[in-house]
Design a protein around this ligand. Sequence first.
Ligand code: B12
Length: 229
Amino acid sequence: MANEQEHLERIKQTIIDGDNQASVDAVKEALAAGVDPLPILNEGLMVGADIVGKKFESGEYFLPQLMLAGRALKAAMSVVEPVLKEKYVGDEAVERDTGIVVIATVQTDIHDIGKNIVASMLTASGFEVHDLGVDVPIKDIIARARDVKANIIGCSALLTTSMPFMRDLINLLEAMGEREHFKVMVGGASVTPEFAERIGADGTAPNAIQAVKLAKRLIREQREAQGAG
Ligand code: B12
C-alpha cells in the first residue's frame, strides 16, 4: 500500500503528465487511503502546477502541455473540493463573521482554477460570493462591489503582467475616496505577502483554506473598526 508521500508524488506526476483521468484516479485513491485533502491541494496539485509552469518557462513544455495540465488540475479539483469543504468548513459553515465578497481574476488574465476554489470555499463558509469570472476590468470589479455593498474585494492574478492591475484597483479606490469601504485581498501563484503589502492590499493567502481564514479576519477587523468609529 502506498504511503501519503507516494500518493502526493503520484498526484503531482499526473499534473506534470497532463493526464486528466489519471489525476482524478490518483486523487480519489489518495482520499480513499485517508490522505488529507489539504496536502493533496498544496503538496500534490499545486506543486505539480508549479513544475509544469517551470517546464513551460524553460521551453521544455509548450502551450498544449500547459493546457493539458490545466484540464487535469480542473478535473482533480472537482474531486478534492467537496472533501476540502467537508473537512475544513464543516459545522462552522454559517457563521456570524461572514460577509459579502466580490471576487474576480483581473483584466488580461484568464487563469481561474485557483480563484474558483477560493470562491467555492468562501461560499461554503457562509460568505455571499459574487464571482465575476476572468479578465475583468478593475472598474467593473469596483462597480459591482459598490452595487452589492461588498465587504471584501478579492482579486486573483497569475501573470506578472496582470498583477499590477491589483495595485491599480487599490489606487482607483483611493482616488474615488472609497478605499475604507472595502477590504481588499489579493492572491495567485506569484503573489507574495510583500507584494500585497507594497500595493496596499489588506492581505493575501497561499491557498483556499487560508483565504477563508483571511476573509473572516478581515470581516472581524472591519466590524471592529465600524464599532470603534
Ligand atoms: C494551468 C495554467 C494555465 C491554463 C489556465 C487554465 C485555467 N482555466 O485557469 C492555460 C493553459 C489557459 C494558461 C494560459 C497561459 N499561461 Co498559464 N499557467 C498555468 C499553471 C501551470 C497552473 C495554474 C493553476 O491553475 N494552478 C493551480 C491553482 C490551484 O493554484 P493558484 O492559481 O495559485 O491558486 C491558489 C492560490 O494562489 C490561492 N489564490 C488564487 N487566487 C486567489 C485570490 C485570492 C483573493 C486569494 C486570497 C488567494 C488566491 O488559492 C488558490 C487555491 O489554493 C501556471 C503555473 C503555476 N505555478 O501556477 C501557469 C502560469 C501562471 N501561466 C503562465 C503563462 C505565461 C501563461 C500564458 C501567457 C501562456 C501563453 N503563452 O499563452 C497564458 C496566459 C493567458 C492569459 N491571458 O491569462 C506563467 C505566468 C508567468 C508570469 N511570470 O507571468 C505561469 C506561472 C507558468 C510559468 N512559470 O511560466 N495557463
